[in-house]
Design a protein around this ligand. Structure first.
Ligand code: SF4
Length: 274
C-alpha cells in the first residue's frame, strides 16, 4: 500500500476531484494541478449563480436570518423555498425538529485518508443518536435514472465521510438529494422531488477500497512528475473534451457545430462554495 510521502504536501480532495480522477487522470491533472479550467457557457454560469444564491438562501433560513432581500431578488427563489419546505415536512416542520442532536447547513467535514484530506460540505446535516441524514439541494433537473447519482463520488464520499466521522453504523446513514426546481410535467407546477440513497456496510467497504486505489494511484502519479494517464480513446470522451488539442486527441473542427458537450455538464460543475 502506498502512503503519501512527506515530500508531497497534504492535499484536500473533494467529490469533484474524485469524479475527474475516475474518468480521466489527465483531465484531473489539467484541471486541478495545472489549473486549466474549462469555461462554462453563459447559461451554465447563470444557473450556477442561481444555485449559489439558493444555497445562501437556505443557509440564511436555517440560521434564522432575514431572507426577504434574497427572495425579493427573484420570485423563483421564494417559489422553490416554499415548495421545498412544503414537500419535506420531516425536514422542515418545527413539529419534527426536536429529535435531533445536531443540525447545521453548509456543514464542512474533513477526514484524513492515506495522507489526503477528504473534504465534504453538507448542504444540511441532521444527526440523532439513531441516524445521520445528509441533504443536498440540486437546482438542475431531476435525472431519470438514479444509478449515475448513486455512482457519483458526491454520494459515495458524503456517505463514507459521515460514517467515518461519527459513531453511526453505515446502515444508519442516508443521503437525500432534493431537486428543488422540478415541475410536474402535466400541470407545470413546481413539485420538488427527493432522491434518497441509503448506506450499508458492503457499500462502505467498497468505497474504502476505491478510495484507497485512487489515492494510491494519485500519489504514485504525483511522484512520477510525468503526465498523468489518459482515458482510453475507445471511451469516446476525448473529441468533446476541452483539452482535446492539448492531449492531441482531436481538434476544434472535429467537434460538430453547436455540440455543447464540449463544455462541462452542469451537473459536473461544482456548486459555488458559500
Ligand atoms: S482529451 Fe481525453 S485524455 Fe485528454 S484530458 Fe480530455 S478526456 Fe482526458
Amino acid at each position: 500500500m502506498t502512503e503519501r510521502p512527506k515530500s508531497l504536501p497534504l492535499t484536500s480532495l473533494s467529490q469533484g476531484q474524485f469524479n475527474l480522477l475516475s474518468v480521466c487522470p489527465r483531465k484531473f491533472q489539467h484541471t486541478y494541478l495545472d489549473q486549466l479550467g474549462a469555461l462554462a457557457t453563459p447559461e451554465q454560469q447563470a444557473r450556477l449563480v442561481w444555485g449559489g444564491r439558493f444555497h445562501l438562501l437556505m443557509q440564511q433560513r436555517e440560521l434564522g436570518l432575514p431572507i426577504d432581500l434574497l427572495t425579493a431578488e427573484d420570485w423563483q427563489f421564494k417559489e422553490s423555498l416554499t415548495g421545498l419546505v412544503a414537500a419535506a415536512p420531516t425536514v422542515f416542520d418545527p413539529a419534527n425538529q426536536d429529535d435531533f442532536t445536531f443540525r447545521q447547513s453548509e456543514h464542512r467535514c474533513t477526514l484524513e485518508f492515506r495522507g489526503y484530506l477528504l473534504t465534504v460540505i453538507y448542504d444540511l446535516l441532521i444527526l440523532s443518536p439513531e441516524e445521520g441524514r445528509i441533504f443536498d439541494w440540486k437546482t438542475y433537473p431531476q435525472p431519470r435514472d438514479r444509478r449515475p447519482l448513486a455512482e457519483d463520488w458526491q454520494s459515495r464520499l458524503y456517505l463514507y465521510v459521515l460514517t467515518e466521522t461519527t459513531d453511526l453504523k453505515p446502515e444508519q446513514v442516508s443521503m437525500t438529494y432534493w431537486f428543488v426546481r422540478h415541475r410536474n410535467p402535466q400541470t407545470g407546477e413546481l413539485a420538488p422531488q427527493p432522491l434518497r440513497f441509503d448506506h450499508n456496510l458492503t457499500l462502505h467497504d467498497q468505497i474504502r477500497q476505491d478510495l484507497t486505489m485512487l489515492t494510491d494511484r494519485l500519489t504514485a502519479w504525483r511522484l512520477d512528475h510525468a503526465p498523468f494517464p489518459q482515458v482510453e480513446i475507445s471511451k469516446g470522451l476525448c473529441p468533446t473534451c476541452p483539452f482535446a488539442i492539448r492531449c492531441q486527441r482531436g481538434a476544434p473542427h472535429d467537434i460538430p457545430a453547436g455540440n455543447q458537450s464540449a463544455l462541462p455538464d452542469l451537473a459536473d460543475i461544482q456548486e459555488i462554495v458559500l
